[in-house]
Write a protein that binds this ligand. Structure first.
Ligand SMILES: *Cc1c(COP(=O)(O)O)cnc(C)c1O
Length: 375
């Protein structure tokens, strides 16, 4: 038995014991046929989660954390003399802009307010005025705040203006249902430690084969992080080009099995239940949630720090951590916030147990409940 911790941080998530134990396998060289078959099974499962037709889309696997996917899509999918449009209303799209800076890629950083969905008329105007935009990029769930972006609408605009649409779905994939074609997505991405509830170390991009194949002729800007190279190698050999995270891939295979046993609908219903419990728990203590109702991803609640001199995030974190619950700070500059996330193998009763501990933590710090704000 492994001690069970309830992780309310935005990934890695709480995993089942069966997923943890799936990593304990006889040593194997990943070039063996037996392992190649495991890889194939994993790729098939990853495609199925977003209802991707394997004729049209491929799942390309990489060893790394989720940011590697962002890096790879941005540096690999931009043709020469074209530019990227980033629809930016949060920390993760800002990270994409930073990646463009590091590679010296031409990009437009379309900054939008952080607490609401983007103005689509501005997005359309920008596309109209810049016919050299080849890649439109945004984040599905801005994990820093819990803001949900309307990907289907943005994707339709991208396509109307002949752009390829790339979405960072790291914090929605395998949680909020996605239908890659109906949602107008050309490329999406995630990591094993988030929605599928496996271990850290494997990341994957699911994208249109025709675009990946066309990208063979685009400027090459990275060696290790090139999408076409990895895709082509996997197509020819059934393996990752360089050493894969072997044991993590076994945990992913088990996690996918559990995903399909639970089912897309039931899993999403569970995340919604957990999110409701988080939201209601926070509101009943008087906390204010940063993202207005109806614009939330339903997976991350960012609560503003109360105006109480005794509020001390670190102390409250430590109190909860010692009792098996992990809470996480916010990610908006100059605004004190903390986050509670609905990822992972948890359910409503875990949230009830958490709030009992959280209430005690507030009490132990002398924070008055309901919490108060200046105005
Ligand atoms: C977690 C996450 C990532 C990846 O972060 P890593 O720390 O590199 O794993 C990327 N985008 C979003 C939206 C995320 O939530």
């Amino acid at each position: 038995m492994v001690k069970r911790n309830v992780l309310l941080n935005p990934g890695p998530a709480t995993t089942t014991d069966t997923v943890k134990m799936a990593q304990v396998v006889p040593d194997i060289c990943p070039r063996e046929k037996e392992f190649v078959a495991v890889m194939r099974e994993v790729e098939d499962g990853l495609l199925r989660i977003v209802h991707a037709d394997p004729e049209e889309y491929a799942a390309v696997l990489f060893c790394g954390s989720g940011t590697i996917n962002m890096d790879i899509c941005l540096n690999s999918l931009l043709p020469a003399d074209k530019k990227i449009l980033i629809i930016n209303n949060g920390a993760y799209s800002s990270r994409a802009a930073e990646i463009c800076e590091y590679y010296g890629l031409p990009y437009l950083n379309l900054k939008q307010p952080l607490d609401r969905q983007p103005d689509l008329t501005v997005v359309e105007q920008t596309l109209k005025e810049n016919p050299d935009i080849a890649l439109v990029y945004t984040t599905h769930n801005e994990t820093g705040t819990g803001l949900l972006n309307p990907i289907r609408e943005i994707g339709a605009l991208a396509h109307r203006y002949h752009g390829v649409f790339v979405v960072d779905t790291t914090s929605t994939y395998a949680m909020r249902p996605i239908d890659i074609a109906a949602d107008e997505v050309d490329f999406c991405m995630a990591s094993a430690q988030k929605g599928i509830m496996a271990m850290t170390g494997l990341s994957f991009i699911i994208g249109r084969k025709s675009v990946i194949e066309a990208s063979a002729a685009y400027p090459k800007r990275s060696y290790y992080c090139n999408l076409y190279m990895q895709y082509e190698y996997a197509r020819a050999h059934g393996e990752m080009h360089f050493t894969p995270p072997v044991q993590v891939i076994y945990s992913v295979r088990q996690a996918l099995k559990e995903y399909f046993e639970e089912g897309e609908e039931r899993k999403w219903a569970r995340h919604c239940r957990v999110y409701r419990a988080i939201r209601n728990g926070l509101i009943s203590l008087g906390f204010r949630i940063y993202i207005p109702e109806g614009q939330e991803s339903g997976l991350v609640a960012a609560a503003l720090y109360p105006a109480d001199p005794r509020w001390d995030f670190e102390k409250i974190h430590d109190y909860c951590y010692e009792r098996g619950f992990t809470i996480y700070p916010g990610k908006v500059e100059k605004l004190g916030m903390f986050r509670l996330c609905a990822l992972g193998a948890i359910d409503e009763k875990d949230i009830e147990a958490f709030f009992a501990v959280f209430r005690e933590a507030l009490h132990a710090c002398g924070v008055s409940v309901p919490v108060r704000y200046e105005q």
